[in-house]
Design a protein around this ligand. Structure first.
Ligand SMILES: [Zn+2]
Ligand SMILES: [Zn+2]
Length: 377
């Protein structure tokens, strides 16, 4: 009798394509050059490098440029091949890259900040170079004249900035882990911004979604977010090396507040600090736990089961009370995210949607290129 064959389903995961490991220090920002087998990186080791894939299959620098200070951030505009590099000394320097990516020519330098530049952004329609710094200012310069057009003080230093491509307002995240929209700022301080009638809801959803609902899920600091609009998936990376791909078509629920009680809200046994009830009932108090689904304060016996609650963002099993456990169906337990290990602590990531490639830069000073098509589809 022939043995029954059970083909094991192939676990779909990101495929590591290449490793680039020649930097002396952490690569703070790196991008995949669209339509080109190339990567641009800026590092704490003060170098700007353009890596092109050679016939050997390896990436080798075609440009190796040393800057006067550690490079903290950069922005690359593929249409104009304009590269803006922000530095630890507060300066932003612009370069124009040659068509074959073998040369870069200085274009302008802006004394933008009093401290480390945290984000730099070039807006082609306006010919503006926007930047934020650890000096808690947001400044914008004209890339044509090199003139400073204005500056604005922020409450905390800005760690992320996104210029709307199709309507909406400028978005930022800061180092207090707050997400916000600088719409007021754009309207009142950037005079020639065209007014857009509506914000882009899908983009806004994913930012607020991650900022709020998933806060309990990610144990480690989220280092980067990229949205894959064609599949409505969000990719997040964390400092522990995790890459998570979220299905954004799912409506997620808020997690409940944890309730306070001196006794189990299921069996009414006292918790250990409730001396009066312990005395009255001649019972030893119990440890307090909380059900992640209903938020009730319960004892260990009444919350002996574990479950995932993907719709609340809990993709790993968490404590639930026995009645909530019964209420969660197999359908409810279907995962809405997939988890992968990049095997390096991620400091930066960049997603290139046309090929479906992801770049991760790690604390190990290595850049990794991943084919994400097995998981972002
Ligand atoms: Zn109980
Ligand atoms: Zn419950």
């Amino acid at each position: 009798m022939a043995a029954e064959v059970h083909p094991k389903p192939q676990a779909r995961k990101p495929v590591l394509l290449s490793k680039i490991e020649a930097s002396q220090d952490v690569v703070n920002t790196a991008v995949i050059i669209p339509k080109e087998d190339g990567v641009i990186s800026v590092s704490e080791d003060r170098t700007v490098r353009i890596w092109l894939k050679r016939d050997s299959g390896q990436y080798w620098p075609s440009v190796y440029h040393t800057m006067p200070a550690p490079c903290s951030c950069m922005y690359f505009n593929p249409e104009t091949r304009r590269l803006s590099v922000g530095m630890d000394n507060g300066t932003v320097s612009d370069f124009i890259l040659s068509e074959d990516y073998n040369k870069m020519t200085p274009a302008a330098t802006y004394q933008a900040h009093q401290g480390r530049v945290t984000v730099v952004l070039f807006v082609l329609e306006m010919e503006w170079v926007l930047s934020t710094g650890q000096d808690k200012t947001f400044t914008w310069h004209c890339s044509e004249s090199g003139q400073r057009l204005g500056s604005y003080r922020t409450t905390a230093w800005v760690s992320g900035l996104q210029y709307p491509t199709r309507g909406g307002s400028l978005r930022h995240t800061n180092n207090n882990n707050e997400c916000g929209q600088t719409s007021k700022l754009v309207q009142t301080h950037l005079p020639s911004t065209p007014k857009h009638p509506c914000a882009n809801p899908c983009v806004r959803d994913y930012y607020t979604g991650v900022g709020c609902s998933y806060k309990g899920v990610m144990a480690e600091k989220v280092q980067g977010l990229c949205y894959a609009p064609h599949t409505r998936q969000l990719i997040s990376c964390s400092s522990d090396g995790g890459i998570v791909i979220w299905n954004m078509d799912v409506r997620r629920q808020e997690t409940p507040e944890w309730l306070d009680s001196d006794s189990c809200q299921k069996c009414e046994q006292p918790f250990f600090w409730n001396f009066k009830q312990m005395w009255d009932s001649k019972k030893i108090g119990l440890r307090q736990h909380h059900c992640r689904k209903c938020g009730q304060a319960v004892c260990g016996k009444c919350s002996s089961r574990r479950s995932t609650i993907p719709l609340m963002g809990f993709e790993f099993e968490v404590r639930v009370c026995d009645s909530c456990y019964e209420s969660i169906t197999d359908e409810d337990r279907a995962p809405t995210a997939t988890f992968h290990d990049s095997k390096h602590g991620i400091v930066y990531m960049h997603y290139e949607p046309t090929r479906g490639w992801l770049l991760t830069s790690g604390v190990d000073k290595v850049i990794k290129l991943w084919d994400m098509t097995p998981v972002v589809s």
